[in-house]
Design a protein around this ligand. Structure first.
Ligand SMILES: Nc1nc2c(ncn2[C@@H]2O[C@@H]3COP(=O)(O)O[C@H]4[C@@H](O)[C@H](n5cnc6c(=O)[nH]c(N)nc65)O[C@@H]4COP(=O)(O)O[C@H]3[C@H]2O)c(=O)[nH]1
Length: 810
C-alpha cells in the first residue's frame, strides 16, 4: 500500500485531497463536516481500488512472464525443428539463414547452434543488448524418421530472450489501470459530492443559517420546508423549537417588561439582559444596560467597592445567594435605596452567571425615614429629640470608654424665652427656636450632636475633646463660650430684631460609669447654676449642685405651701431726699421660712420666676402694698409717702397686667399717684411697643415708674426716650464703690445727666455711707435708699421709723 502511495499520480491525488481537506478544515464546522465526509468517501473509494489494481497488476505480471516463457519454449522448439536438418548436414548457411530469420523477433537477443559435442556452429546476437532480464532456453535438435532410422542428436540450439518488451507492455497496462482508477475515483467522488451537497450540505447550510438567525433572536421567519427525509424532519423540529422559543421569549419579555422588579442577568461581571423596570430604575434607555459591567449599578465612592465585594464574596462563599438593602447608582449619578437579591443560576457552575433582582425601595425608605424622623427628631427644628439624644449619648459614653477621650454634655436653656414667647406669639417663638437650633449646629462639628429636649431646652454632645480632664474642660468651655456668643447675637424675626440670651450648663464625661440620666441631670443642674448666677452665662457641674437642686425642688414646694398659708411678708425700706426726709418706701418681699428663717428674695425670686409663681406672688405684693397706701392715706403723718413695688418682667408681660393694677387700685382705694412701679432694665429687651402701651395706660391713671438696676442692662437711649418713666435708679453695684472707682462715679454722673436730659429724677440704692450720699448729692442725685438710712423693715417698725424721722427733721 505504501509503495502504491508512493506512485506519482496517487501522491498528487492524496496531496490534493489533503489540501482540499486543509482548506475545508479552515472553514466553518459545516465545512469541516463536508471535508470529513469527502475524505472518508475518497478513502473508501481509493483503498479498494488500490487493492484491486495491485492484484490486477500482479496477475498481469505473472501472465506476461508466463507468456514470455511459453513463447521462448515455442520458439526454441520451432527453431530446433528448423535447424535439425541443416545441423545434421552441417549446412552452416542454412543454419545462419534460419537463425537470422529468428532474430527478427525483437525479444530474441542471441541464438547459438551447437553440435552434439556442444561446439558452437552458428551464433547470432543482437548488436545492441536490451536492458531487461535475460531468459535462456536450450533445445536439443533430434533427427529421426525420414533421414535416418534411429533418433540421433544433431546438436542443440540455445536461445536467449530479453523481457524488456514484456516489461514495457506491463508498464503500459499498469498506467491504463491507474488512469481508469483515477477516472472512476473522480467520477464517483464528483457524483457523491454532488449528491452530498444537494441532499445534505446545502440543507444543513440552510439549517445552520436558520439556527444562527434564531440564536440571534429572529423568531419571526419560519423555516418553510416540506421534505420527507430525515433532514426535513430535523427542519420541522427546528422550526417547532423556533416557534416554542418565540413563545417563551415573548412570555419572558412580557414578564421582564411588566414586572415591577428590576431583573438583571449577569455573567462574567457583565450585564447580559436587564428588565425594563431595571432600566427605568437605573435611568437607562431600553437596551442600554446590556454589556455594562455589573459594578456600574453601585455608587462610585468607597462604599461601592465594599458593597459589591460583599455581594460577590457572599455569593461565592455562601449558598450562591445574597440579599441586602443598600444605595445603588443611577445613570445620572443620583442614588436610590434598593433591596438587592442575587442568586447564582447554578451554584455548581459559577460561570453560568447570576440573576440580580432589584427592588426600588426609595418610597418605603422615605416612609421609614419619615417615621424615624417623627420618632427621633424634633419636628420644629429638625434636630434630634430627647429619645435620639439619649441614644447618641449612650453611644458617646461607650465610645469614650473605648477611646479614653473625654466629652462634654452642654445643656442650654434660653433666658426669658417663655415671656418672649407669650409676648411675641408662638410663631415668632418657633422662629427663634429654629434660629437657635441653626446657630448651635454651626457652633459644633458635624460629628457632634445638637438636640432639642423640648421648649427652650437644647442639649449638645461634644466628643473627643482630649484625653486629660483639664484639656477637655478648656475645650468644653471654648465651645460653651462660642454658643453663648452665637446665641447672644440679635435674632431677625419678621422684620424685627430681637435679643435672647442662654444659660448654659456643662458636665464632662470620660467613660460610661455615669448613666445617661445622671449626665443629663448634671448638665441641667449646671445650667440652673448659670441661671442663678445671673443668666447669660455658663457653669460647669460640680457635686454640690446635686444637693442644691434637691434643695431647690424643696424650696419650690415650700414656696407654694407658704403662698397657700399666706406666710409671705412685706418689708419697707425708706427712700429719702436731702439729709433724711422720707418720701416713700420700696416694698421688698420676705419669706419667713419655718426652718430656714427669713429667706432673701435673691434666692427665691428667680425660682418664683422660673416656676411662674411670681405672677401670683407679684399680685399679692401689689395688692398688699396698695392696701398699705390706702391705710396710710388715712394717717396724716404717713399719707404723703409713696410706695415702690418691684414688678418682674414676667408679671408685667401678662396681657391683663394693666387691668390687674387698675382693679387693685380700685379695690384698695389706693392713690395711683403714690404708687411707683419698679421695672428692671431686662424687661425692655423685647416688644417695647407693648411695654410703652402698658406703661402709658397706667401712667394716664397717675401710676409712676422707676427703672431699676439702671446701667446693668441693655436699655438704649432710643427706648428710654419712648418710655413714660419718672425715675432712674442707680444700681447699688455702682454706688458700692463710687467713692473709689472712677468708672462707677462716671456711670453715676452719666445716669444723672441722662435723667436730666429726659426730665427724670434719680434715686441711688445701696447707700451705706454718708460720704456716698454726699458724693451722690454732688453729682445731682435726688433721692437715696440704703442701710445709711434704714434697712428694709416690717410695716410697723417702718412706720415708727418714719415718725421718728419726721420728728427729728421737725
Ligand atoms: N448691700 C446693701 N443692700 C441694700 C442696701 N439697701 C437696700 N439693699 C437691698 O437692695 C435690694 C434692693 O432691691 P432691688 O434692687 O429692687 O432688688 C430686689 C428686687 O429685684 C427683688 N425683689 C424684692 N422684693 C420683690 C418683690 O416684691 N417683687 C419682685 N418682683 N422682686 C422683688 O429682690 C431683690 C433683692 O431684694 P432684697 O434682698 O430685699 O435686697 C434689697 C435691699 O434689701 C444697702 O445699703 N446695702
Amino acid at each position: 500500500m505504501r509503495s502504491l502511495l508512493k506512485s506519482k499520480p496517487l501522491r498528487h491525488i492524496a496531496s490534493a485531497l489533503r489540501r482540499a481537506a486543509g482548506r475545508l478544515h479552515e472553514r466553518s464546522s459545516l465545512r469541516r463536516l463536508s471535508s470529513g465526509l469527502l475524505l472518508t468517501m475518497a478513502a473508501g473509494l481509493l483503498v479498494p481500488a488500490l487493492v484491486g489494481v495491485t492484484a490486477l497488476t500482479e496477475l498481469r505480471q505473472k501472465q506476461i512472464d508466463q507468456e514470455l516463457v511459453d513463447k521462448l519454449e515455442n520458439t526454441a522448439v520451432l527453431l530446433g525443428s528448423s535447424l535439425v536438418v541443416p545441423a545434421w548436414n552441417y549446412d552452416i548457411q542454412g543454419m545462419t539463414r534460419i537463425t537470422e530469420a529468428a532474430m527478427l523477433d525483437p525479444q530474441v537477443v542471441r541464438i547459438t547452434v551447437r553440435d552434439p559435442a556442444s561446439a558452437p556452429l552458428v551464433s547470432v546476437e543482437q548488436p545492441e543488448r536490451r536492458r531487461g532480464r535475460s531468459v535462456v532456453q536450450r533445445q536439443d535438435m533430434r533427427l529421426s524418421g525420414q533421414v535416418i532410422d534411429k533418433t540421433e542428436v544433431a546438436g542443440s540450439v540455445e536461445i536467449e530472450f530479453d523481457d524488456s518488451l514484456a516489461q514495457q507492455q506491463f508498464k503500459n497496462d499498469r498506467q491504463v489501470y491507474a488512469f481508469i482508477l483515477l477516472g472512476q475515483l473522480l467520477l464517483s467522488l464528483g457524483l457523491m459530492l454532488a449528491a452530498l451537497h444537494l441532499w445534505v450540505l446545502k440543507p444543513l447550510t440552510s439549517l445552520s443559517a436558520f439556527s444562527s438567525r434564531v440564536a440571534g433572536g429572529d423568531f419571526e421567519h419560519p423555516l418553510d420546508w416540506s421534505r420527507p427525509d430525515e433532514i426535513g424532519r430535523l427542519a420541522l423540529q427546528m422550526d417547532k423549537m423556533r416557534a416554542d422559543l418565540k413563545t417563551s421569549f415573548a412570555e419572558q419579555r412580557a414578564i421582564l417588561t411588566n414586572i415591577e422588579l428590576g431583573v438583571i442577568f449577569e455573567r462574567g461581571g457583565l450585564i447580559q439582559l436587564a428588565s425594563r423596570q431595571a432600566e427605568r430604575s437605573f435611568g437607562h434607555p431600553p437596551g442600554f444596560m446590556s454589556g455594562l459591567p455589573i459594578l456600574a449599578i453601585y455608587p462610585e465612592d468607597a462604599r461601592a467597592g465594599i458593597a459589591s465585594a460583599r455581594a460577590m464574596a457572599a455569593i461565592a462563599t455562601g449558598d450562591g445567594r445574597h440579599e441586602e438593602e443598600l444605595m445603588l447608582h443611577r445613570r445620572d449619578g443620583s442614588q436610590f435605596w434598593a433591596h438587592l437579591r442575587v442568586r447564582q443560576l447554578d451554584p455548581a457552575q459559577p460561570q453560568a452567571g447570576c440573576i440580580w433582582v432589584i427592588e426600588d425601595i426609595s418610597a418605603r425608605k422615605a416612609v421609614e425615614d419619615e417615621v424615624n424622623r417623627l420618632a427621633f427628631y424634633d419636628p420644629l427644628t429638625q434636630l434630634p429629640n430627647r429619645r435620639l439624644l439619649r441614644d447618641r449619648l449612650a453611644q458617646a459614653l461607650a465610645a469614650s470608654a473605648r477611646s479614653g477621650m473625654h466629652g462634654a454634655l452642654i445643656f442650654i436653656d434660653l433666658d426669658n424665652f417663655k415671656s418672649l414667647n407669650d409676648t411675641l406669639g408662638h410663631a415668632r417663638g418657633d422662629q427663634l427656636l429654629k434660629l437657635v437650633g441653626q446657630r448651635l449646629t454651626h457652633c459644633v462639628r458635624e460629628s457632634d450632636t445638637v438636640a432639642r429636649l423640648g421648649g427652650d431646652e437644647f442639649v449638645v454632645i461634644v466628643q473627643d475633646l482630649g484625653a486629660r480632664l483639664d484639656e477637655c474642660a478648656t475645650q468644653a468651655e471654648g465651645v460653651g463660650e462660642k454658643i453663648l456668643d452665637a446665641l447672644n447675637q440679635p435674632y431677625p424675626l419678621d422684620g424685627h430684631v430681637r435679643h435672647s440670651t442662654p444659660s448654659i450648663g456643662i458636665t464632662l464625661f470620660a467613660d460610661d460609669r455615669d448613666s445617661v440620666d445622671d449626665l443629663l441631670k448634671e448638665a441641667d443642674m449646671a445650667m440652673y447654676q448659670a441661671k442663678t448666677a445671673g443668666r447669660n452665662t455658663l457653669r460647669f457641674f460640680d457635686a454640690d449642685m446635686q444637693a442644691m437642686l434637691v434643695q431647690r425642688a424643696a424650696l419650690e414646694e415650700d414656696m407654694r405651701e407658704s403662698m397657700r398659708l399666706s406666710h409671705f411678708l412685706l418689708h419697707y425700706q425708706p427712700q429719702v431726699v436731702g439729709s433724711g426726709r422720707i418720701t416713700g418706701a420700696e416694698v421688698l418681699l420676705r419669706w419667713p421660712h419655718p426652718l430656714r428663717g427669713l429667706v432673701p428674695p435673691a434666692e427665691f425670686i428667680p425660682l418664683a420666676e422660673d416656676t411662674n409663681l411670681i405672677t401670683a406672688l407679684g399680685h399679692w405684693v401689689l395688692e398688699t402694698a396698695c392696701k398699705t397706701l390706702a391705710d396710710w392715706s388715712a394717717q396724716d403723718d404717713m399719707k404723703h409717702l409713696s410706695v415702690s413695688v418691684n414688678v418682674s418682667a414676667r408679671q408685667f408681660r401678662q396681657p391683663h397686667f394693666v387691668a390687674e393694677v387698675m382693679s387693685i387700685l380700685e379695690r384698695t382705694g389706693a392713690d395711683p399717684h403714690l404708687l411707683k412701679l419698679e421695672l428692671t432694665e431686662s424687661l425692655l429687651v423685647e416688644d417695647v411697643e407693648d411695654i410703652v402701651a402698658k406703661m402709658s395706660a397706667l401712667k394716664s391713671r397717675g401710676v409712676g415708674f422707676s427703672l431699676d438696676d439702671f446701667g446693668t442692662g441693655y436699655s438704649s437711649l432710643a427706648h428710654l426716650k419712648r418710655l413714660p418713666l419718672d425715675q432712674l435708679k442707680i444700681d447699688q453695684s455702682f454706688v458700692r464703690d463710687i467713692l473709689t472707682d472712677p468708672n462707677d462715679l462716671a456711670i453715676g454722673r452719666m445716669v444723672v445727666a441722662l435723667a436730666d436730659s429726659l426730665g427724670l429724677t434719680v434715686i441711688a440704692e445701696g447707700v451705706e455711707l454718708a460720704a456716698q450720699r454726699e458724693l451722690l448729692a454732688q453729682i445731682g442725685c435726688d433721692a437715696y435708699q440704703g442701710y445709711l438710712f434704714s434697712r428694709p423693715l416690717p410695716r410697723e417698725p417702718f412706720e415708727a421709723c418714719c415718725r421718728a424721722a419726721r420728728q427729728a427733721v421737725a
